[in-house]
Design a protein. Structure first.
Lengths: 204, 204
DNA sequence: TGAAACATTGCAGACCCTGAAATTTTTCCT
DNA sequence: AGGAAAAATTTCAGGGTCTGCAATGTTTCA
């Protein structure tokens, strides 16, 4: 949405850049879905888009990053969503709202994400990166949680745990959604996971 | 402990293998702690132990794996611990006991683990691998949880979520322990994290 | 001791990723 | 339109990771 909207305000150059980036991403996803991660080289991907391999690395720092894509919510975006929730709302509830918003964002790009998740399932080495466990996003969200909870980071462990648990809930919801072919409502699955968390993970 | 015990029943060959493996692990950890992950090559590590780089790859499939080490509880071991807990104990409580046992195991190798965790903190790209994100261990534990909870895996999402949350709790406890220089009791920190989980992560 | 089993090594090679310089394309200004 | 400035792409060179394969040692056991 953001991309499409702003694309019309961009010059030819930046439009082409976005196109190339999207094409590389798409080629990477489809090729890896077909052959598996190990059987696809960067050169394959670059050739499918008809650019040099060096150009690929101008867009993505690694082969994996092309699969993860830039669709990932940026740390700043997630934190902004979190900060937008009134302070009286409990932390876990605020995290749930953040995750819901992200889930709706994902559902808007159904096909793309279902393909991506299929690739992730078939290549488990990519799984940890889901939801940006790059520890950059996690760190930022953790800091935002610490602010909200009124706790100094690094002492109680609460912000770290709440953030990690929320990420886990989101990841589980995404994988269930994917496993069910994208049939159920993703925000619904997110709510369900957060509900179990809030209830203290009682026996089902 | 397992290693030391069984070492005396092994022949010279296997004893030397364990020695070489441990030496490579130790060299990798100390070198990376000194210079950082990117500034240490496999050849550096191999040379420090006086073997060829090719031999390094006979022991570890990648540079990172030498840092993670084989001290990680194997999937089978973790599941065995989980299965050993009486069935009437709630799932989360059983996971807590499993994590505690693992924590005690870690504390027995204090220095080694503190060095490892220091390296992990300084090289965040390694963090996702902590607690066996190999998704092999996670899968096995998830299956054990599903069995215990009497749920068919892949439908409710409960086993996946409970496992992921437990792993997160363990990871947070480990990092807090490391950040505090290994002063607090690791099992205590684990208990604390699981306590917060069981309480539904209420605002602190 | 001799043979089988196994560990180590050197070598060739594919692949990943980076820096720097050369080339082409796009933009912008007159 | 014309041409200079800016930016993207490409080529090239090179270091690092990791894998087969064949050769060479070393350990084990009969």
């Amino acid at each position: 949405m953001t991309i499409v909207d702003s694309a019309e305000e961009l010059g030819r150059r930046d439009r082409k850049k976005l196109e190339t980036r999207a094409a590389l991403e798409h080629a990477a996803l489809t090729l890896v879905a077909e052959r598996g991660l190990a059987a696809v080289t960067v050169e394959d991907i670059a050739e499918a888009v008809d650019v040099s391999s060096r150009t690929f690395f101008n867009y993505f720092p690694s082969k994996e990053d092309a699969l993860i894509g830039s669709h990932q919510a940026s740390a700043a975006e997630l934190c902004a969503r979190l900060d937008a929730v009134p302070a009286r709302v409990p932390v876990l509830e605020a995290l749930r709202l953040m995750a819901r918003a992200e889930a709706e964002h994902v559902q808007e790009q159904r096909e793309r994400w279902l393909l991506r998740l299929k690739v992730f399932e078939q290549n488990p080495s990519l799984l940890p990166r889901l939801v940006a466990s790059g520890s950059e996003t996690e760190r930022a969200v953790t800091a935002a949680v610490a602010r909200r909870a009124g706790v100094e980071p690094g002492t109680s462990g609460y912000p770290e745990l709440a953030t990690a648990a929320a990420m886990a809930a989101f990841r589980v919801a995404m994988l269930r959604w994917s496993a069910a072919g994208g049939r159920p409502s993703l925000p619904g699955l997110v709510d369900e996971a957060f509900g179990q968390l809030a209830a203290g993970l009682p026996n089902p």
